[in-house]
Ligand binder design. Structure first.
Ligand SMILES: [Zn+2]
Length: 333
């Protein structure tokens, strides 16, 4: 499946690449033609940027086991695409999350010399919502289905590359919320009502085994109890708190209160997390605006917290470091 995804995605590469390939094929048979250069590597290398035919969705190939996705931060509003108007369709932009995702990718590279896999929807959400199933995502506009497919095929390709090497990894799906409490809402596709259970009851419920980090709960290098992955001392929430950003769930804020608004995940975490198998886990991160997404300075602070927290999470729970010194632990069954 991952390899198939890689080849599907190869078909979506930019016109320039296809033109190059076409010219190679065209001049391959003539005896008088100059020797053809080596064919392009269809699998690509870290840093290569690929898009759909219209450059509405974009994928930068990575070589670290981290996928950063930003589905709701786009600003493009081509007149050729009608606005989504279905009753259930949300069209609000998650302000500055495309910018944030790019800052995360840049900072990760400057700190580690490795690149994250970066997948971005450049369209405004009124035109396409990749974090929904295809009908709601496109409002039934079949002309937009290939763009939606390209976005998810890019994520499939990133997952395939990570599955090949180093074997396991993490997708962080970046969003913005407007809820009253200024904290990060970490979504593992576990309902708030389940998070409000005691540790013992939450363990018994099996919710973590059905979550978007289901595989991590089995393969965790640190052998944390499943509930500890949600709100223990090395949970993603704990790491964000340590890096200056309140988060739920975390040790200090283990669950949203019954009256709180809280996002527990979405289409991307459902589809691309490990609930249905595979070795790439997914977490949706919904961030408040003031103090995180409102100014360039705060975007830099928040991007730094994401990079620092993700690197520590990958080291502790996946056995991955940028230098590969802990790689032997990655494949622990
Ligand atoms: Zn969103």
């Amino acid at each position: 499946m991952p390899l198939a995804a890689v080849w599907q995605e190869a078909l979506l590469r930019r016109g320039a690449s296809l033109a190059t390939l076409a010219s190679l094929l065209a001049c391959g048979g003539g005896s008088s033609a100059p020797a053809a250069p080596a064919p392009p590597n269809a699998l690509g290398v870290a840093g290569d940027v690929r898009t759909d035919a219209n450059a509405w969705v974009e994928y930068t190939l990575g070589n670290a086991p981290l996928i950063i996705a930003a589905p709701h931060g786009g600003a493009l509003t081509p007149a050729s695409i009608p606005d989504r108007r279905c009753a259930a369709c949300l069209t609000d932009t998650d302000t500055n999350t495309e910018d944030l995702a790019r800052r995360v990718a840049t900072l990760f590279y400057s700190r580690t010399g490795k690149r994250v896999h970066l997948v971005i929807n450049r369209l405004q959400r009124a035109k396409l919502d990749p974090n929904r199933e295809v009908i709601e995502a496109t409002d039934g506009n079949t002309a937009m289905v290939p763009t939606w497919q390209a976005y998810h095929t890019f994520i499939d390709s990133a997952r395939g590359r990570i599955t090949t090497s180093p074997g396991r990894g993490l997708l962080l799906d970046l969003h913005g919320h407007g809820h009253a409490i200024l904290r990060l809402e970490l979504g593992y596709t576990i309902a708030a009502s389940d998070l409000r259970l005691s540790d013992a009851a939450l363990t018994t419920s099996g919710a973590v085994a059905r979550s978007s980090i289901a595989r991590l709960a089995v393969l965790d290098v640190a052998r944390s109890a499943p509930v500890a992955l949600l709100r223990g001392p090395t949970s993603l929430g704990a790491l964000f708190v340590a890096n200056g950003f309140p988060a739920v769930p975390s040790p200090s804020d283990p669950a949203p209160a019954a009256a709180d608004l809280y996002f527990d995940g979405g289409y991307t975490t459902d589809r691309h997390g490990s609930a249905a198998g595979g070795t790439v886990d997914a977490v949706q991160i919904e961030a408040h605006r003031v103090g995180a997404r409102d100014t360039s300075e705060n975007l830099d602070r928040y991007a730094a917290a994401i990079v620092t927290s993700a690197l520590e999470y990958l080291r502790v729970h996946y056995g991955w470091t940028p230098t590969g010194t802990a790689a032997a632990a990655v494949f622990a069954p």
